[in-house]
Design a protein around this ligand. Structure first.
Ligand code: 2P0
Length: 349
């Protein structure tokens, strides 16, 4: 069998209407649909994969460190390798070398970026020619939000209804070049790891939340309204939906037992400052959104980025500000950029 090293680069995405809760933990089927913006390569993951008869076991390096994949969360996420091997009818073990190249101080380690890039590179190494939709369903099994990083621009993850997950996939809604003015101003507040993982936090919310049920009543309609607003390039309608969905998701976290709080005082200060800015301008200049952490993403139109960065620069708590545009999704890199030393079956020095 041909042994080929495939190398790919991929990026995180920021959810505008969020995924929070699974109806199937193993197949990673979400309780609700979600919609996100794939980000450009300022934040990226680079991954090389090689399947080889010479390997006795799957071996995974992340940021230079070999990972324990027996009974760990990283190991669980490597299910994408098994799924792809099944598709290819190939039993060879894999060497995976993956590096997150995020600017120092960004404090971001994104499973979406990692699993989308791994899926893309591993499919390439096996010589599989899969459509983006099929790839998104494989990446979904590694991390739910990863399915949305499999495509560029604005992407919807349709929750689907089938128990086998065959209708739960990502779909591109808007290509990056179709609304280039839409940007994400990321305000980095902390680099510390979150206390509760997203996986554990969403499970607890589904199991114990009272407000969570009312989120489910509203959120599918919110996805539709957000997509409609984006198709009309109506930032005012979109901005309100983005902010309200972030607050709604964080309210359901606060309402779980024991409570989960990802927002801190610095995040709250940004919420108030953005509200103030929007109020003083009489329109939505920026729309804040927070994932399972305290760092802020402020979605805005290019023309207003200066106003937002001026506001953020006045806050002592903001360590780093990044302006991200829409990205194109994962792509293959040439052999010259391989992270694997082909002869030694190990990472390049
Ligand atoms: C999202 N998040 O839609 C939401 C918003 C965090 C808050 O998807 O268990 O790492 O691997 O499916 O995808 C983070 O959860 O969880 C997430 P798994 P994932 O982006």
């Amino acid at each position: 069998m041909v042994e080929r090293i495939a190398t790919a680069v991929g990026t995180p995405n920021i959810a505008l209407i969020k995924y929070w809760g699974k109806r199937d933990d193993r197949l990673i089927l979400p309780m609700n649909s979600s919609v996100s913006m794939t980000l450009d390569e300022q934040l990226n993951t680079r991954t090389s994969v090689l399947f080889s008869e010479k390997l006795q076991a799957d071996t995974v390096y992340i940021n230079g460190t070999v990972q324990d994949i027996n009974g760990t969360e990283v190991g669980e996420r490597m299910v994408v390798l098994d799924i792809l091997r099944g598709m290819a009818g190939d039993k060879r073990k894999a060497l995976v070398v993956s590096n997150n190249q995020f600017p120092t101080g960004s404090g971001l380690a994104s499973s979406a970026s990692g699993l989308a890039t791994l899926t893309y590179a591993a499919a390439g190494a096996l010589g599989l020619e899969l459509q983006p939709r099929e790839l998104s369903m494989v990446a979904r099994r590694g991390s739910g939000s990863a399915c949305r990083s499999m495509m560029g621009g604005i992407v919807e993850w349709r929750k689907g209804d089938k128990p086998d997950g065959s209708d739960s996939y990502a779909e591109q809604i808007i290509k990056p070049g179709e609304w280039p003015e839409l940007v994400d101003v990321m305000a980095i507040l902390t680099e510390s790891r979150k206390k509760v993982s997203s996986r554990a936090g969403m499970k607890q919310t589904v199991q114990t939340g009272i407000l969570y049920r009312s989120r489910l009543d509203y959120v599918e309609g919110a996805v539709e309204r957000a997509i409609d607003a984006m198709r009309k390039r109506d930032f005012q309608a979109l901005g309100e939906l983005i902010m309200r969905d972030s607050m709604n998701m964080h309210a359901t976290m606060l309402d779980t037992w024991p409570p989960i709080m990802y927002l801190d005082d610095s995040s709250k200060e940004i919420i108030y400052k953005v509200q103030e800015l929007n109020q003083s301008e009489g329109r939505i200049v920026g729309a804040y959104t927070f994932d399972a952490g305290s760092n802020a993403n402020i979605i805005a139109l290019e023309k207003d980025v200066g106003k937002i960065t001026d506001m953020l620069e006045g806050l002592g708590s903001v360590k780093n500000i990044l302006k991200l545009k829409m990205g194109n999704g994962p792509r293959r890199l040439g052999d010259g950029e391989s992270l694997i030393d082909g002869t030694g079956l190990k990472p390049v020095a």
